[in-house]
Design a protein around this ligand. Sequence first.
Ligand SMILES: Nc1ncnc2c1ncn2[C@@H]1O[C@H](COP(=O)(O)OP(=O)(O)O)[C@@H](O)[C@H]1O
Ligand SMILES: N[C@@H](CCOP(=O)(O)O)C(=O)O
Length: 310
Amino acid sequence: MTKGWKIRVPASTANLGPGFDSVGMALSKYLTLFVTPAAEWSFTGHSRHLEGIPSGKDNLIYIIAAWVAEKYEVTLPAAKVEMESDIPLSRGFGSSATAIVAGIELVNELCELKLTKEDKAHWASLYEGHPDNVVPSIYGGLVIGSQFEEDTYLVHAGVPTVDLVAVVPSYELSTKESRDTLPEGFTYKSAVAASSIANVLVAAIMQDNWELAGEVMQKDLFHRPYRLPSIPEWQRAELLVKELPVYGATLSGAGPIILFFVPKGKGKEVQLQLRSHYQEHVVEQVEVDTEGAVTEVLQKDHSYVNSGKQ
Ligand SMILES: Nc1ncnc2c1ncn2[C@@H]1O[C@H](COP(=O)(O)OP(=O)(O)O)[C@@H](O)[C@H]1O
Ligand SMILES: N[C@@H](CCOP(=O)(O)O)C(=O)O
């Protein structure tokens, strides 16, 4: 008999520079939910990264689950949700997208919706407004997509052969606030220049040409010029890209995390070098997640306490 579910959703890095709101890649950091049917809704975080997360129906996971249940005109039964996570909030690793994807996995199980990955990607992207975080978190690997009005377009670009090293500042930067600094409009000429650089990024990724992808990452015109002033760590990164054996570096999502793209096998060396330049910040290697969100049915009592993880 089903006693509950374990839902694991990977983090993501969005944009990769000029692929603004379109390109993203799943990362080996995870939000994990232990879900048990219950009389009332509750959300409990068991990791320091989940401190302050709402414990009731104001939790984003519940909000998205209820939104999808409404779309399918089904009743959402209540559940007790216990969570752990190694994804820092509001740093550019898509924690809000993991909550959105977890909410969709949750409603899919609780309401027996039998959603396909395409359905999940559509609802997640429609809710978020762009697919670059949520879709890699569903599928794993690198995805290029567009939420064009009501339609969700996706192309899977596989798993890139790169090492990744992240500089993780200790301060938070809300994506919403960061998006508020972006311009309302763009001249025709700027739009053409910005999209041509994004096209080259995507073509280079599809050909596994990370030398070129790394170079054009730093030429983004869509968001980078407006966001960099609030991320002082970037100035050092710009110089280090020229000195270190890396393909390039970019803000992860809205930042402030800076993600270095490194030739396969050189990640450890670059991590050590970056540590000496960013002693005040966490500098860690991350892998590309290849699985995406995974939901496991649990047959026996699996409450968080019994999972042996506390
Ligand atoms: N597990 C979670 N449950 C509920 N809400 C979450 C969870 N993880 C993240 N969030 C919400 O997402 C916000 C962070 O999102 P955002 O500013 O977009 O940054 P990022 O997605 O880059 O981490 C948090 O402040 C919180 O409101
Ligand atoms: N395309 C979005 C991506 C935001 O990612 P996050 O991880 O910072 O939430 C943007 O650049 O605003």
